[in-house]
Write a protein that binds this ligand. Structure first.
Ligand code: G5P
Ligand code: MG
Length: 222
């Protein structure tokens, strides 16, 4: 059967959603749609949406649901015939309900990583803002410090990676995550992956996805 495959990737801030997503799209024909990357591109391009969202993001708070729902449903509409991997959305039950009205979800991948490990690793994160490429000075360092491997452009640290904002993001995550997980558990599509490192988690994610979608085709086995 040939049809598009729709996955979402859930997990705490810094749990490795971006890292695991980049491995998934290297192996499977899926488009990575990251709500945080879209917001950061709006900030970079100084759009009104970016200016408004930055006020919430810098404090580690969630951007209001109505803004996020419009943003992501528009993005999905422009990729309606593709297989995609949605990273960072939904983050609240109402976002999950709206997404469900819009499209079907084949799997919700949930990454479970201890918070003390997250706090440690996030301080060493550097990103290439235009593409969303993620580095870490310990784990996957760029070839030249401070420089993106692909474009040669400068890497930056995220404003919301300052310790106070990280603390707030983890706090908000803990308060909002359960209803979202319950939503996908009830739908029978929740798959959880635990580990202390992305290298430990990745083989199980790959094995799971390989059983449902053939690498580099749209041959969906679900
Ligand atoms: P984002 O951009 O969605 P978060 O907070 O959900 O941000 P984040 O911080 O992007 O998630 P991640 O993608 O889960 O984290 O993690 P990552 O970047 O892959 O890995 C973190 C670091 O650890 C990197 O440096 C990576 O290299 C390193 N790393 C990975 N694995 C390992 C390992 O095994 N070992 C080591 N040592 N290092 C490793 O959202 C940002 C903001 O946008 C708004 C909110 O304000 C949010 O706070 N937003 C929304 N608001 C409302 N609703 C939504 N749906 C929203 N979406 C975004
Ligand atoms: Mg991310």
């Amino acid at each position: 059967m040939l049809r598009s495959f729709h996955a979402i990737i859930l997990g705490a801030p810094g749990s490795g959603k971006g890292t695991i997503s980049s491995r998934i799209i290297r192996k499977f024909d899926m488009k990575h749609i990251s709500s945080g990357d879209i917001l950061r591109n709006n900030i970079l391009n100084k759009t009104q949406l970016g200016i408004d969202a930055k006020k919430f993001m810098d404090k580690g708070q969630l951007v209001p649901d109505n803004v996020m729902i419009n943003l992501i449903t528009n993005e999905l509409n422009s990729n309606s015939n593709l297989s995609w991997l949605l990273d960072g959305f939904p983050r609240t039950r109402s976002q999950a309900v709206e997404l469900n009205k819009h499209t079907s979800i084949d799997v919700a991948i949930n990454l479970i990583v201890p918070f003390d490990i997250i706090i440690e690793r996030i301080q060493r994160r550097w990103i290439h803002a235009p593409s969303g490429r993620v580095y870490n000075t310990d784990f996957n360092a760029p070839k030249v410090p401070g420089i993106d491997d692909v474009t040669g452009e400068k890497l930056i640290q995220r404003d919301d990676d300052k310790p106070e904002a990280v603390q707030k993001r983890l706090e908000i995550y803990s308060k909002t995550v359960e209803p979202v997980l319950d939503f996908y558990k009830e739908a029978g599509v929740l798959e959880e992956f635990s580990g202390k490192t992305s290298d430990e988690i990745w083989p199980s994610v790959f094995k799971f996805l390989s059983a449902h979608i053939s690498p580099h085709t749209l041959d969906v086995k679900i």
